[in-house]
Design a protein. Structure first.
Length: 132
């Protein structure tokens, strides 16, 4: 897949940017003590963001693994992608588990908007495909 990930700080400073491997996976390390926004996308793809709050993570030699399935997709031209300007998910450190966990309140509060946007994009894609 010709997709990429850009990791930035709250000041919109790019920390790192790289392409997916041949399996569509990304593997990288982030320093603790910072909040990061990971933007996944590619040419002609709808970009999706995930926020990682690493402020309370302890520095370890091994690090933590976070598995995400971003399901990137292409959208027809002129489709409204504004719902994806906000992160689709947020993760934070759960000190008692020593791992990153999803912010379920954020996800529940925003899921309806993302699903609505996805249905609209899917509908527009079908309409564009049938017009060819």
């Amino acid at each position: 897949p010709n997709t990429w990930c850009v990791v930035s700080t709250p000041e919109d400073e790019i920390y790192i940017a790289f392409k997916a491997n041949e399996d569509g996976e990304y593997e990288f390390n982030l320093p603790v003590g910072q909040v990061y926004t990971m933007t996944f996308g590619g040419k002609d793809y709808v970009n999706k963001k995930v926020e990682i709050d690493a402020r309370k993570l302890e520095a370890t030699k091994k690090g933590l693994t976070l598995k995400l399935d971003m399901l990137l997709f292409k959208a027809p031209e002129d489709v409204d992608e504004s719902a994806f300007e906000q992160p689709v998910a947020k993760f934070m450190c759960e000190e008692s588990y020593r791992k990153l966990v999803p912010d379920m309140e954020y996800i529940e509060d925003n899921m309806r908007d993302f699903e609505k946007a996805m249905r609209k994009i899917e509908k527009e894609s079908l309409r564009a495909d049938s017009g060819k």
